[in-house]
Design a protein around this ligand. Structure first.
Ligand code: NOJ
Ligand code: CA
Length: 550
């Protein structure tokens, strides 16, 4: 366990080359045994995260919330939900992370609140046309009796994006927009009061020492004038098309937020969750007067195939380089099928809430998936720029497929009547100790989603010190990445390899990723890391090696 480093944090533009570790608080560590992870649990495990070798943490929401969408339905942005702890626990977490030399960014959810937010409760009680209703997107319905939704938009989680309310006299009334669950009403971002609310949310957490924010649904805040019908509906409705994604008006919001952050110093950052394609459009979110980063979902959605990888890497470097920013890289998060499973099937990530479950046609090959995932991660962590890891991927955790229907929690599953499984499979509490209750997630054995037996073998304590384990692979990758300055480096493609191979130099490290089925020749030099054992002079199938050349 490393000694506490008193605030020896890296310089102002730390995010440009940082590795950030995403904590999903519900599923990380549970201190009081109620089956839901919490902030004291996170604090108790910080030594392990510091020991992994990452630079920063991103925490998914821990704010006051009825948990209809696992905390992305916020009822009070400036407080902590009792299931996660208290505000002073959050303050202690920020302070302790800093003592370990870890930066910490938190989630901000500006597109919508919970329907339990006091503003929405007041809006329901108020009349059409009132100031209270003007903070959300209430509209009259269509049809003679107003009983049809105002337009044809669909929720990302399935079903209509509109819900009708009853007015105070009990009569059927207006409709409100929710791009996600009905419990997540969208704010009206043309209303200055909404701008003011979020100014105060940002300053509240900046005053408590956070190093920045991950901005939820950053591309959704502004809707097209007149809320026109969608010509073509997408299932799920992700991407940049349409009347509610990536409207030009969103950028003004982040230009203002950037100034707020800068007033706290040069080392505060914003990262956009913006499912916008192509990357050249996503890069608009990281122009010099806006955010500092955006998750590279184009990379996440790329299969482990050499040509596709070369092309997305080139596209990423060009798109983000074009706005003067290094790229980010990511393979997993709390919304997508874990990459150790995704890469073991032909299953193509549709982005957010599609999922995989017992009745899905895909039958992932767990061994192949893990092998490719290790190779894919080694490739990712060698790329210049910043990378995001999702809790549990360092253990090689698979997506949990066999969750019984009656234990599922994702609103996607219910809103699509089971047609889409949603995201529960990547959110199962992670295993710390093979022989302990709930695999060490807590001491009572409770778990808000059931953990599979396969987690025993993958538990952290089983992997520590085993050089072949995925945990030790991640530790080596992060150590060499730091030592060799790969995050701050640059990429030069290497020629002379077969078309199945992705090969580049980053400084004096050659990175060779064999995505194909056949072994390929290994360049000379000292092997720093390999993702599968090397028997001879060849690089086996589905393997990445880092070779020191000078
Ligand atoms: C994106 C978040 O990552 C996801 O988990 C959430 O359901 C939606 N935004 C809505 O807030
Ligand atoms: Ca708990």
């Amino acid at each position: 366990m490393p000694a506490l480093q008193s605030l020896s944090l890296s310089p102002a533009d730390w995010w440009n080359h940082a590795v950030l570790y995403q904590i999903y608080p519900r599923s990380f560590a549970d201190s009081n045994g109620d089956g839901i992870g919490d902030i004291p649990g996170i604090i108790s495990k910080l030594p392990h995260i510091a020991d992994l070798g990452v630079d920063a943490l991103w925490l998914s929401p821990f704010y006051t919330s009825p948990q209809k969408d696992a905390g992305y339905d916020v009822a009070d942005y400036c407080n902590v939900d009792p299931i996660f702890g208290s505000l002073s626990d959050a303050e202690k977490l920020i302070e302790t992370a800093h003592e370990y030399g870890l930066r910490i960014i938190v989630d901000v959810v500006p597109n919508h609140s919970s329907d339990q937010h006091p503003w929405f409760q007041k809006a329901l009680a108020a009349k059409p046309g009132s100031r209270e209703r003007a903070r959300y997107m209430f509209r009259e319905g269509k049809g003679v009796a107003g009983d049809l939704p105002p337009n044809n938009w669909e929720s990302v989680f399935g079903g209509p994006a509109w819900t009708r309310v009853a007015e105070s006299d009990g009569s059927p009334g207006q409709w409100y927009l929710h791009l996600f669950d009905a419990s997540q009403p969208d704010f009206e971002w043309k209303n200055p009061e909404v701008w003011e609310l979020f100014r105060s949310v940002l300053t509240f957490w900046l005053d408590r020492g956070v190093d920045g924010f991950r901005v939820d649904v950053a591309h959704g805040l502004i809707k097209a004038e007149g809320l026109p019908d969608e010509e073509k509906l997408h299932h799920p409705p992700l991407g940049n098309n349409g009347s509610f994604w990536d409207q030009e008006g969103v950028h003004a919001v982040y230009q203002e937020w950037r100034k707020i952050l800068e007033s706290y110093g040069p080392d505060k950052m914003l990262c956009a969750e913006a499912w916008v394609m192509p990357l050249s459009k996503m890069a608009h979110y990281v122009r010099s007067d806006e955010m500092h980063q955006a998750f590279n979902f184009g990379y996440l959605a790329t299969s482990f195939e050499a040509e596709a990888l070369r092309s997305i890497i080139n596209e990423s470097l060009a798109a983000f380089g074009g706005v003067g920013s290094p790229s980010t890289w990511v393979l997993s998060n709390h919304d997508v099928v874990r990459h150790a499973t995704r890469l073991g099937t032909d299953f193509v990530s549709q982005g957010q809430p599609t999922g995989i479950g017992p009745r899905s046609p895909e039958k992932p090959d767990a061994l192949l998936g893990l092998r490719k995932a290790r190779a894919a991660t080694a490739l990712m962590l060698a790329l210049p720029g910043s990378a995001y890891l999702y809790q549990g991927e360092e253990l090689g955790l698979p997506e949990v497929i066999d969750i019984p229907d009656d234990r599922r929690k994702d609103p996607t599953f219910f809103r699509t009547h089971g047609e889409r499984y949603g995201r529960d499979g990547c959110r199962v509490p992670i295993p710390w100790e093979a022989g302990a209750p709930a695999y060490g997630f807590n001491t009572t054995g409770e778990s808000w989603l059931p953990q599979p037996q396969a987690f025993a073998e993958l538990a952290r304590d089983n992997q520590v010190g085993d050089p072949d384990s995925t945990l030790e692979l991640y530790r080596s990758l992060l150590r060499f990445r730091n030592q060799q300055g790969l995050g701050k480096g640059s990429l030069v493609w290497l020629d002379g390899f077969s078309s199945d191979v992705v090969a580049f130099a980053n400084g004096s490290v050659s990175v060779v990723s064999n995505t194909g089925e056949q072994p390929t020749a290994r360049p000379d030099g000292e092997v720093l890391v390999t993702t599968t054992a090397l028997g001879d002079e060849m690089i086996p199938a589905h393997t990445t090696v880092w070779i020191k050349t000078a």
